[in-house]
Design a protein around this ligand. Sequence first.
Ligand code: PRP
Ligand code: URA
Length: 216
Amino acid sequence: MSTQITSTDRSVKVVNHPLAQSTLTRLRDYQTPTVEFRQKALLLGRYLVYEAALDLNYRQTGVETPIGPAKGVALSDYIILAPVLRAGLIISEAAQELLPTARIYHIGLRRDEQTLQAITYYSKLPDVLPSESSVFILDPMLATGGSAVAAIKLFAGLKVKTIRLVSFVASPEGIATVQKAFPEVKIITASIDEQLNEHGYIVPGLGDAGDRIFGT
Ligand code: PRP
Ligand code: URA
């Protein structure tokens, strides 16, 4: 029986492609070893960033093929990747292959496991960013949404053009929290899961993403 996946509205895009969904299934399996987990996380990162890049801006350009002139396009946005440490690093690795000219600003956030509040321990953003900046916030898990909102806030204050949030798995609670604070942010995810448990973990989720990626 296939799982029914729905997205709540147009600001959430669930990437329902069979390749993405079968890759996510390997990530969910608690028996998937670290080496395979990392490989599959990179792969799912590629699929999601590819989808997230769908509405990037481009300009018309021309090139000469060996046979003659051809019309083409070139990306025109100033692209920023913002991996949330630690787990977002794996999506950043995937994104850099697809968007090699992107600037990368790392965001250090950790959840206080008692209060579930996000604590910022690293961010080194400039005072201004180009107005055509398109920011991709990269974090595999959107749980309570506290980390996502903290990361988005850092960029929203800099008046960038667009902010996207790329996550492997999102909870309904996390989506609602982000939408309430930043309705303009588009969320690209492979799944909207059932709920959070009493420890703030996504159910069924895939466990602790950072620990599973880094084998800790
Ligand atoms: C995880 C995950 C997100 C955050 C999501 O990070 O990678 O950043 O939790 O939870 P939230 O939506 O409730 O804020 P964690 O704090 O475990 O840090 P780590 O990646 O360094 O292990
Ligand atoms: N962080 C994770 O890594 N997994 C969850 O399910 C929730 C927060």
